[in-house]
Design a protein around this ligand. Structure first.
Ligand SMILES: [Zn+2]
Length: 234
């Protein structure tokens, strides 16, 4: 609206509201801009001459508005979200944030992934495990969402949590060897599996770590789903 001709009544109304000391929608926009780190307004960004040209061209106004959103507003919103997320992690007792430490948002290139439906299934299993720190049985038809199993369905060990299933289970030694990553530390191995934003292999398919997590969950879930879910704990 700042780019509209100054003679329009809606532009005059906007200027009045911005100058007003009373609460109103235009003041609220200014407050939000301040909260986002003092994002400059569109006039400050593009300068008087450019904006003067756009006052009588709807196409130019659309073009400048789009550039302004992409270059200034969206990055500020993302940074604001990330700060809020980090602050929430520090305050809360949400232990599963560990799975995303150091936290990195997934890259925008994920939107361009040329994957088939099975690839997306694998990604969904990996992402849900990453976000919750739980065993994603509901994605395999299960009706519970446990943090550990009373007994590992693959080797028989008791109290099988994600550390056991993904890192220690001796029945998965071969699958782990395919990752070509070794560590004696669960926290390092967990970071390798879940931290960061890499989701592609060189050929564009889901990354090996995504396929690995899916493969383990797929194997163990077949032992439970449609069988004795009473063994599961939440
Ligand atoms: Zn096991």
């Amino acid at each position: 609206m700042l780019l509209l001709p100054e003679t329009l009544s809606v532009h005059k109304l906007l200027m009045l509201c911005r100058e007003s000391t009373l609460p109103n929608w235009a003041r609220q926009v200014c407050v939000i801009r301040e909260k986002l780190g003092n994002v400059p307004n569109i006039l400050q960004v593009f300068g008087d001459q450019v904006t003067a040209d756009s006052r009588y061209s709807a196409q130019l106004r659309k073009q400048f508005s789009r550039q302004y959103r992409i270059k200034y507003v969206l990055p500020a919103l993302r940074e604001y979200d990330l700060c809020a997320f980090r602050a929430a992690i520090k305050k809360s007792t949400w232990p599963h944030a560990d799975f995303q430490e150091p936290f990195t948002k997934l890259g925008d290139e994920l939107l361009l992934a040329d994957w088939n439906s099975h690839d997306w299934d694998m990604y969904q299993v990996w992402a849900l495990t990453r976000a919750t720190g739980r065993i994603p049985l509901p994605l395999f038809g299960g009706d519970s969402f446990p943090t550990f199993l009373d007994q590992c369905p693959l080797c028989g060990d008791v109290n099988a949590d994600l550390c056991h299933l993904l890192f220690k289970c001796e029945s998965c030694t071969f699958e782990r060897s395919l990752l070509r990553y070794k560590s004696t530390s669960w926290s390092l191995f967990r970071s390798f599996l879940f931290a960061g934003d890499a989701v592609f292999d060189d050929d564009g398919r889901p990354a090996a770590r995504i396929r690995y997590v899916y493969g383990i969950m797929d194997m163990l879930s077949h032992e439970f789903v449609n069988s004795d879910n009473s063994m599961l704990r939440s």
